[in-house]
Design a protein around this ligand. Sequence first.
Ligand SMILES: C[S@@+](CC[C@H](N)C(=O)[O-])C[C@H]1O[C@@H](n2cnc3c(N)ncnc32)[C@H](O)[C@@H]1O
Length: 245
Amino acid sequence: MHTSEYKNMFENEHKYWWYVALHTLILKTLIKQKINSNAKIIDAGCGTGGLLEFLTQKGYSNLQGFDYSIDAVNFCKKRGLDYCFQQDLNTWDPNQKYDVIISSDVLYHKNIIDDKKVLNKFKNALNPGGLLILNLPAFEILKRKHDIVVETKKRYTIKSLNATVKNIGLTKLSITYRLPILFVFIVISKVIENITKKENKSDLDSISTLTNKLLLKMNILENNLLLRGFKFPFGTSIFVIYKNN
Ligand SMILES: C[S@@+](CC[C@H](N)C(=O)[O-])C[C@H]1O[C@@H](n2cnc3c(N)ncnc32)[C@H](O)[C@@H]1O
């Protein structure tokens, strides 16, 4: 990823609605799945450590994280997350087992050589009954300039993800699209971008504090629906929870 994007992430992870809503959904998923505060949890492709810092604040104490980017790991260290280390998922060979693996918006990345191999690694690194929580970008038609900045190789559908995970030995507990309203917004803005040929920019372009608050409120409501088992038929992301058999 472009170095400036890690700085953007580091500075915005605790306030930008997109991150706050996702981190809250992950926390509530851990609580709903009765993952206790001593559970061994790893964030694979942890970026600049915002989720790990948030989970620490919420009482989770047995955390690890890694990212292939030294820039990202250095930002984690800046947060005091000394347990974060540099590691490429393609060559990750864990010598321990985890109760939960979280990997949020990583498998899609152009530096992931074979996502099925990585999913197999996740399965092998989980304790029996352990959970794998993934968030992934959805639908190729949503590919836009932001995907260049975050180096997207592919976007998923539930169908394509199901096909990739087949026969790995992970049982799906829940799978759904997220952010359906953003989906509609992006489709419309793609049409506008195509007409106006706007410059390549990050999605963290400044929005007003009020807009950020409103979007966050809307997404927390959406999270609550998802946590009650509601499924959206489309969205900009896929959120999935697997259990190791
Ligand atoms: C969009 S960011 C997501 C970061 C974080 N998980 C989050 O949700 O905010 C994608 C992350 O995947 C990391 N990444 C990409 N390829 C990787 C690989 N092969 N091994 C480990 N991390 C990788 C990038 O460095 C980047 O931090």
